[in-house]
Design a protein around this ligand. Structure first.
Ligand code: AMP
Ligand code: MG
Length: 420
């Protein structure tokens, strides 16, 4: 039986980054840039003011202070977005707002707070003059043209994952679209005669199909398109029917039908239709994991991950094996889950002879991470996943681990909700 690492390596060997597409800026979040972005503009385009204040010639302010102001003649006002036409000559100043281009002749901006501007206005005195209370320096409060980005500069490199800050940078250089690695289309169907679709009454002996939904939403959260195909019954005709609808996908996920009892049917079908690469991984939950390829349209072969039917097993298998594959297909450089070292808050047994990933809630206190199991770890107890924000890894060679020992925890959710 393969180890987790061996199985993952085999899967990653069989997948590659997909082709590229050009998408509107707001659609690109989470995708990976497939081009270098070279700016065709300066950002900012012109020297502009970093403050609301007065554009001056700094020599005019030499020796100025609160006790010894310099009085300058105010010849113009420039708002953000406007361009001042008047030149600041010796003894003059231009009222200027943040972001407005610095008028010709000026070489510094004195902020309102260091002038008598507010007093003058409050007292209703003439705004044709201003008293400067500060000795400015050359370039004071001026943002230089091209200071953030110079024309011709490469602002983002191919291979960069796009987040809101990258979207902002793309917008700042005027890009409305970006060429990115395409999002995988992932076909998903569940298998099992015991499954009932949502919206129908539950006949005796049946269960609702939760895997279809947990897996499809994991696909979506990874940033891929889920092609949700529904339930296949445990017979060849029904399986073939679903398989036909998966042939235009980039990857196929099925759940169920891979454990001892009914495995042969899926295996036979896959053998005939494509290729079986492995079945079974030395891990709990998730031992009966099948990986192979089916024939796709245009002579492509489509990776197929047959996840175990148990509700927890299939979600954990997704996190361990499917998500990294999808991230690689999306062009991401790193596909490993973030992990932390966490201190066990209880004793944990490993009687499986396999590596265990137990559901846990990870917290942080005084700079250390702590892991508390979510309770019973049965592979069908899906509510244990709702109480978990991580999976703790118990190595197969450890028959037990004690409270206080350090374990690796894979973080499933790492955001504000968990205060860690
Ligand atoms: P299997 O791998 O097909 O033998 O399924 C193992 C067990 O997982 C089944 O007996 C069900 O209890 C459960 N199961 C299988 N498929 C689903 C599903 N789609 N949703 C929820 N539970 C499932
Ligand atoms: Mg089944």
């Amino acid at each position: 039986m393969l180890t987790v690492e061996e199985a993952l390596a085999k899967i990653l060997d069989e997948v590659a980054p997909l082709g590229t597409e050009t998408v509107a800026l707001l659609e690109a979040q989470g995708q990976v840039l497939a081009e270098d972005i070279i700016s065709t503009v300066n950002v900012p385009p012109l020297d502009n003011s970093a403050m609301d204040g007065f554009a001056v010639r700094w020599h005019d302010t030499l020796g100025a202070s609160g006790d010894s102001p310099r009085v300058l003649k105010v010849i113009d006002t420039v708002m953000a977005g406007a361009v001042g036409k008047k030149t600041v000559t010796p003894g003059t100043a231009v009222r200027i707002m943040t972001g407005a281009p610095v008028p010709p002749g000026a070489d510094a901006v004195v902020q309102f707070e260091n002038t008598d501007d507010a007093e003058r206005r409050a007292e209703g005195r003439s705004a044709d003059e201003v008293s400067i209370y500060e000795t400015a320096s050359d370039g004071l409060n001026i943002r230089r043209a091209g200071e953030s980005v110079a024309e011709g500069e490469t602002v983002l490199r191919q291979g960069t994952a796009i987040r809101p800050s990258e979207i902002g940078v793309l917008a700042s250089v005027g890009r409305r679209e970006a060429t990115v690695v395409r999002r995988p289309v992932v076909a998903v169907f569940s298998t099992g005669d015991e499954l009932t679709e949502l919206g129908r009454p539950l006949p005796e002996g049946k269960i609702y199909d939760s895997n279809l939904y947990s897996i499809a939403s994991l696909v979506q959260r990874t940033g891929c398109f889920a092609k949700v195909l529904g339930i296949a019954e445990d017979n060849e005709q029904s399986l073939v029917e679903k398989l036909e609808q998966a042939r235009d996908a980039d990857l196929l996920i099925t759940t169920g039908g891979v454990s001892m009892g009914d495995y042969d049917m899926v295996k036979d079908l896959l053998d005939r239709d494509g290729e079986m690469i492995f079945w079974k991984v030395r891990v709990k939950p998730g031992k009966p994991l099948a990986f192979g390829k089916i024939k796709g349209t245009d002579g492509r072969s489509i990776p197929h991950l047959g996840l175990p039917g148990n509700a927890v097993s299939c979600m954990v298998s997704f996190e361990l094996f499917v998500r990294p594959a999808l991230l690689k297909m999306m062009g991401k450089a790193n596909v490993a889950k973030p992990t932390v070292d966490a201190i066990l808050e209880e004793n944990v047994k490993n009687d499986a002879g396999r590596r265990i990933y137990d559901r846990a809630f990870i917290t942080r206190r005084n700079g250390s991470y702590y892991a508390r199991l979510t309770g019973p770890q049965g592979s069908g107890i899906l509510t244990s996943m709702t109480q978990a924000n991580g999976l703790v890894l118990i190595p197969e060679e450890n028959l037990s681990m004690s409270k206080g020992e350090t374990v690796k925890a894979l973080m499933l959710d790492w955001n504000e909700a968990y205060n860690i």
